[in-house]
Design a protein. Sequence first.
Length: 315
Amino acid sequence: MNGATSAPFAPQPACWICGGDSLAPVHEAIFELSEYVKQDPELARYTGAHVELNRCASCGFAQPAALPALDRYFDRMYDQRWSADWIRNEFEAPYKDVIFRGILDTLADRLPSGRRRLLDVGAHAGRFVAMARQAGWDAEGLELNPQTAAYAVERTGAPIRQLNVHEVDPLGAQFDAITLTDVLEHIPRPVAVLERAATLLAPAGWIAVKVPAGPAQLRKETWRGRLRPGYRPTVADNLVHVSHFSPRALASALERAGFADISVRPGAPELPATAGATGRLSRGVRIGLYAAGRMLPWGVHLPVTLNLQAFARRP
């Protein structure tokens, strides 16, 4: 850890998943937060700091060697002031629809037809909630960003509360399904989030968690750096991705949070709508690699499996 000496850090000596202390550096994250210099000067002071990303020898989980000690660092970093056009495009763009449909279909297969109350944690602009409601789910969401939360309410008509999962009263929440899609990698100490989610599920309810595959993502970035002169590999700058899961670590996190019937498999890819032959080739390669991973019993461990999708049941 170095740079930005006026910005304090708190060491993280033990693995957030298994508690192990055999942690070895695998990457370095750099902080560049100068865009916040007027909005949040305290946050901007972290610009220039570096922190190592350490991997646990026991479970394969990777996390920062230290966290910014600034109060509400992550809430403040994610208080981005997006344009109305960008938010609208996030709602209307179909690049995650393969992911969303797969989650809804799997949850529908695992729950009786009369159990369709769903909470989407990290609802963003609301596209998943809208798709769920169209498919017959009584879906609502949690979203911390005030702009996207308001837009999601407007477009879906669903309750989208500007809360984090720890602020939801479990006495009034008995959901049949909870989804965290590309959310858990942004949160430190993710087992606590999963434990809280378990209290919001009705008995025999299901949770669906989709995250990037940490080791594969780092390997991909390393090769991009070797093949593209001037490209600096990154998987964690500003600690945007703070929790980096291996398949074993994701299963262990769910088990430690009290879940049963845990399955971890390759996660569906995003399919950006890039035009032309390049876009078609990119989408074809992504779908092909995902299909190959799903077909093989060990596919979740393949180096080309860049995303993980887990399902687990509350006993």
